[in-house]
Design a protein around this ligand. Structure first.
Ligand code: CP3
Length: 354
């Protein structure tokens, strides 16, 4: 494999010195880009795009052709794992993800197979290999998975949910059934992420999009414990380099101290927390990733620049910061404004690394 030409993202995750703050955006390959919409149309639909390694590679690289990003993220979805467990993922236009089968009873959980990633998710693993080849060492490639709790909500509800009624019913009526499901997911995810790492993913992020919907105690028991189990099971080093792990619990700002004890190298922050305060709480243990509100990108390029300056000043001097949005970029964002964000990070951050 060709050596990395730009490794500031991996260095920042390990709190090593960099010249400027590295930046990438969650959902950077997506609907706000006209070239993405064109490729998705060529593929037919979103899942066909995910299942075609050549086209998945093409859309992964699209934002890198436009912007000087410091990392690429595998183009796929977190719901590929439940799909490989036989639930039948499909997307209804305007309605988000849906499953043909849901998981409601103990018998449903017992019947769920644990996928073999190399075999059952071969299209994802092939996409990782194809993207690594095409990147040719330009920037590192991020692999990812959903957290067990976040995936479980989709599997129990059958799709997106506002209140997680079915998942919380299971949590408080049959906690042992939910634990069995979460454990099966953790085992599946360890195999899935390790397969991505062996195929060439140089860092991995766990998306715990719905951890923030839990009480403090339930978060520990039903989300964080299983993410820790995953981190314990991951390959720590590949090709002579450490493979950093980023833990992103949306709405997890109150629980950073316990997140920092899981063995994660970095914590993803949403925009509800002040990054300077977060650094004071955990900055000697982990790097921090984030945390501009994606809605700031609706503002003018000058407004975006001001917000970038504010976040950089909040983190302050020294190492251990990867700039990102606090959640995925919205489809109604102007591509020019995304560019203003990325350029501002590189232009305004050099003084914090001298
Ligand atoms: O960050 C990236 O660029 C990598 C690709 C990526 C996608 N989804 C592509 C995608 C990643 C990392 C995800 C993660 C994901 N998927 C999460 C966790 C992150 C988060 O947002 O908190 C969740 C909850 C999902 C499930 C999912 N997939 C939803 C809710 C949707 C939106 C459905 C809709 O119609 O709005 C998807 C679809 C999806 N995943 C799209 C993309 C680019 C849009 C699909 C399209 O092209 O129509």
């Amino acid at each position: 494999m060709s050596p990395l030409k730009n490794d500031r993202f991996l260095r920042a995750l390990l709190r090593q010195p960099v010249d400027v703050t590295p930046v990438w955006m969650m959902r950077q390959a997506g609907r706000y880009l006209p070239e993405y919409r064109a490729t998705r149309q060529q593929a037919g639909d979103f899942m066909a795009l995910c299942k075609n390694p050549q086209l998945a590679c093409e859309v992964t690289l699209q934002p890198l052709e436009r912007y000087p990003l410091d990392a690429a993220i595998l183009f796929s979805d977190i719901l590929t794992v439940p799909d490989a467990m036989g639930l039948g993922l499909y997307f209804e236009t305007g309605e988000g993800p849906r499953f043909k089968k849901t998981v409601k009873t103990e018998a449903d959980v017992v019947a769920l197979p644990i996928p073999n990633a190399e075999k059952d998710l071969d299209y994802v693993i092939n996409a990782v290999k194809t993207i690594r080849g095409a990147l040719n060492g330009r920037v590192p490639l991020i692999g990812f998975s959903g957290s067990p709790w976040t995936l479980a909500t989709y599997m129990i509800e059958g799709g997106s949910s506002k209140d997680f009624r079915a998942a919380k019913n299971m949590m408080y009526q049959q906690p042992q059934v939910l634990h069995m499901l979460l454990d099966k997911l953790a085992v599946s995810i360890i195999d899935y992420l390790n397969a991505q790492i062996r195929a060439g993913a140089q860092a991995v992020q766990i998306f715990d999009s719905w951890g923030g919907a839990l009480s403090a105690a339930a978060y520990q028991e039903f989300s964080l414990a299983y993410m820790k189990k995953i981190i314990d099971g991951l390959i720590k080093e590949h090709d002579g380099r450490k493979v950093p792990v980023i833990l992103f619990t949306k709405g997890g700002g109150l629980w950073l101290e316990s997140m920092a004890t899981t063995g994660a190298d970095a914590l993803g922050l949403d925009w509800t927390i002040d990054i300077g305060a977060a650094r004071q709480r955990v900055g000697s243990k982990v790097a921090l990733q984030g945390n501009m509100d994606p809605s700031v990108l609706y503002g003018s390029p000058q407004r975006i620049r001001d917000e970038v300056a504010h976040i950089l000043a909040g983190f302050g001097h020294g190492e251990g910061h990867v700039m990102n949005l606090g959640h995925g970029i919205d489809q109604h964002t102007s591509p020019e404004h995304a560019g203003a964000f990325i350029n501002a990070v590189h232009e305004l951050s050099a003084k914090y690394h001298q």
